[in-house]
Design a protein around this ligand. Structure first.
Ligand code: HSE
Length: 402
């Protein structure tokens, strides 16, 4: 019997206990041994819970028990999750986590600690919830030079944007509905301002590069400024708006950003709706492949954590290779990113805008007689800003993902 411990008995932690329990026999067959939850660390007690007898309040009970070989960290946040994870690895116990904040901050260091102690630090659930993406990047796609990873990495914002598009509601109304359904937090900032997606694309870009990308250096825009009128323009352009996290390897270096983008309705990511996530990977010999599914939620996320626990159980005393070094990976300047832009402009500035931008296409909405929209040709953000300064009257610009 392989003894395990869960740190944090919240939504994901209790989901892990549930998945281990409901798929117990199947997992035992696949591992060749049963996975048993011996301890659950939490500040609270859980009277009446089927696992109430496993609750402990002192991390040392777990770290000092030689029987425990796998620890699952579902606490979230940096501390004490970081200290507990590091100490577990130093004690030779593998750690499996859903904690994207900790992975984005300390992933490379914790992987190195695991390597030095012949155990593992695995984090499948930290990106895309239940969607397998970390293991495919580390295993099935190891023969590839990954040139681009882009996708919808946040379920809450995707729900909000879908609702705004399909029901012509405001951002505020769609957010309230997302909160009512339990998708968005009371304080929704991390999701709606793009910080959650930023940490996830930082993890994926670090895996692409094999070195650490500082998430604070990724240009990040959220969706709180998106209005129903933007969707009305998008519709006329046969486009939709999605919060995209994009990472590319170019000749000049690695680029990464998070921003609401217009994309053609015929693109695969345009059809990803509600709380679903999708991650598109472009490899140099593979071409394109896409990973789609539930990017959040108790059981999908817990399933990904348990898949890591199974991997650890199948490799006792063996470090499963993962190329992600602590050395910093620089990113190219966001202002050098090339692309087309959709612009909303005051009608009074049309002549000047035509001269400065030479738009590819104009769009007009009957209900907005004081303004119009146009699509620029490809240019860098830096160039866009330079031109924009010559035209007073810009209402908004949204990047187009070609
Ligand atoms: N708040 C996140 C989302 C949960 O909405 O996608 C998973 O990280």
């Amino acid at each position: 019997m392989i003894k395990t411990a869960i740190l944090g008995y919240g939504t994901v932690g209790s989901g892990v206990a549930q998945v281990l329990s409901c798929n117990r026999d199947l997992i035992a067959k696949r591992v060749g041994d049963t996975l048993e939850v011996k301890y659950i660390l939490d500040l609270r007690d859980f009277p009446g819970d089927p696992f109430e007898d496993r609750i402990v309040h002192d991390i040392d009970t777990i770290l000092e028990d030689p029987e425990i070989s796998i620890v699952c960290e579902t606490m979230g946040g940096n501390e004490p999750a970081y200290t507990f994870s590091r100490r577990a690895l130093e004690a030779g116990k593998s750690v499996c986590t859903s904690n994207k904040e900790l992975v984005a901050n300390h992933g490379a260091e914790l992987i190195r600690t695991a390597r030095e102690h012949c155990c593992n630090y695995l984090f499948e659930a930290s990106v895309g919830g239940g969607i397998p993406i970390i293991r495919p990047l580390n295993c099935a796609l190891t023969a590839e030079r990954v040139l681009e990873i882009s996708g919808i990495l946040n379920g809450t914002t995707n729900y909000i944007l879908t609702k705004m598009e399909q029901e012509q509601t405001s951002f505020g109304a769609a957010l309230s509905e997302a909160q009512r359904l339990g998708y968005a937090e009371k304080n929704p900032e991390a999701d709606v301002e793009g910080h959650d997606a930023c940490r996830k694309i930082a993890i994926l870009t670090s895996l692409m590069a094999g070195r650490t990308v500082d998430f604070q250096e990724i240009h990040t825009e959220g969706i709180s400024g998106i209005e129903p009128q933007d969707f009305a323009y998008a519709k006329k352009l046969h486009m939709t708006i999605k919060l995209l996290a994009v990472s590319r390897e170019k000749e000049e270096g690695y680029q990464a950003y998070v921003a609401p983008c217009l994309l053609d309705k015929d693109q695969a990511l345009a059809g990803v709706n509600d709380v679903f996530n999708a991650i598109f990977v472009h490899g140099n010999t593979l071409g394109e492949s896409m990973f789609y599914g539930r990017g959040a939620g108790k059981l999908p996320t817990a399933s990904a954590v348990v898949s890591d626990m199974v991997d650890c159980a199948r490799h006792p005393g063996i470090h499963i290779g993962c190329l992600w070094e602590p050395e910093k990976q620089e990113l190219t300047d966001y202002r050098d990113l090339e692309g087309r832009f959709f612009v909303r402009m005051k009608k009074s500035a049309r002549l000047q805008a035509e001269k400065v931008f030479a738009p590819e296409r104009e769009v007009w909405l009957e209900e907005l007689p004081e303004e119009y929209g146009f699509v620029t040709s490809g240019m860098s953000e830096r160039e866009f800003v330079k031109r924009q300064e010559q035209v007073p009257g810009l209402i908004k610009r949204i990047r187009i993902k070609d």
